[in-house]
Design a protein around this ligand. Structure first.
Ligand code: PPS
Length: 301
């Protein structure tokens, strides 16, 4: 199934026809989750692949054999992709690990009453949009991104594939107060304290690890290890689907790369939209590695 130029519109959001069909999206919303499932939810480019690696490593007590021999889309398949059920059946993991980019307002009903362990990973939206922009250049199943300022406008309007980042993060994180099976972790937290992040995830998954096992997880989920791991770096995907000459999936892996793309004018534009859309949200963001202590969402950018 190539369908590289096909776009599926579903509940007002756009999805690539290369990976999704109306049927696969419909099935995702009705999926019968089991209480033993682990669900990774994220807006694209927020650290999904990193968390997939961490979950695989924790489940294998730090042993990298599975993460280095099974592609991430087989050990943690995407719920909404058309090949999901086939892959899930073939997945070698002991516990089902399911990934999704769907917003909570679409997936919430299927999760109602479920005790599945959910991990929501988020990232500061300036780095998300920059990473997504570069990914659009190499992914032939996504539209041409145009100029960065046009792309940023569409991101802030919520008209890119997968919809609004604002709806996504607010929808999922607003559930943390009532759903104790939902862990919210951030890309920045993983970047600044990977050991602590792994311990938080392993405790959420009720898979406590020995110190040595944590250290093995740390080693095997580092940017450099994942850059070299063809089961995580997407180099197994053929050139017609992802043009590896135009970029690398494991691109920079840094906090604050947005500074290389945002002009002062774009930064002001971003700030005005961000401040109004996030007015009702108490989340704090880290925008730069040096800004660790200055994390107030409304003051630090
Ligand atoms: S996707 O397509 O939605 O699954 O993408 P996603 O995995 O969410 O995000 C890709 C970005 O995550 C970075 N990444 C990492 N950063 C640091 N350390 C590790 N181990 C790591 N693994 C993935 C990846 O480089 C993308 O970010 P950018 O900023 O583009 O480099």
């Amino acid at each position: 199934m190539a369908r590289l130029d096909v776009v599926e519109t579903f509940h007002g959001l756009m999805f690539s026809g290369h990976l999704h069909t109306q049927n696969s999206l419909e099935l995702a919303l009705k999926f019968p989750f089991q209480d033993t499932d682990i669900i990774i939810a994220s807006y694209p480019k927020s650290g999904t692949t990193w968390i997939q690696e961490i979950v695989t490593l924790i489940s294998n007590r730090g042993d990298p054999h599975m993460s280095q021999t099974v592609p991430n889309w087989t050990r943690a398949p995407w719920l909404e992709h058309y090949y999901f059920s086939v892959i899930l059946e073939a997945s070698p993991t002991k516990t089902r690990v399911i990934t999704t980019h769907l917003p909570h307002h679409l997936l919430g009903p299927a999760l109602q009453g479920s005790k599945a362990k959910i991990i929501y990973v988020s990232r500061n939206p300036k780095d998300v949009v920059v990473s997504f922009y570069h990914f659009h250049k190499m992914a032939n199943f996504l539209p041409e991104p145009g100029s960065f300022s046009e792309f940023l406008k569409r991101f802030l309007e919520g008209t890119l594939h997968y919809g609004s980042w604002f709806d996504h993060i607010k929808g999922w994180t607003s559930q943390t107060a009532t759903m104790n099976n939902l862990l919210h972790i951030t890309y920045e937290e993983m970047s600044m304290d990977i050991q602590g992040a792994i311990k938080r995830v392993s405790s959420h998954l009720q898979s406590p690890l020995l110190e040595d096992e944590v250290n093995n997880c740390v080693k095997n989920c580092s940017f450099s290890s994942m850059l070299d791991n063809k089961m995580a770096n997407y180099t197994l995907v053929t050139e017609d689907i992802m043009d590896h000459n135009k970029g690398s999936f494991m691109r920079k892996g840094k906090i604050g790369d947005w500074k290389n793309m945002f002009t002062e004018e774009l930064n002001q534009y971003f700030k005005s939209v961000f401040d109004s859309k996030m007015e009702d949200c108490i989340l704090e963001f880290v925008w730069d590695e040096q800004d660790k202590d200055e994390t107030n969402a409304n003051e630090s950018h």
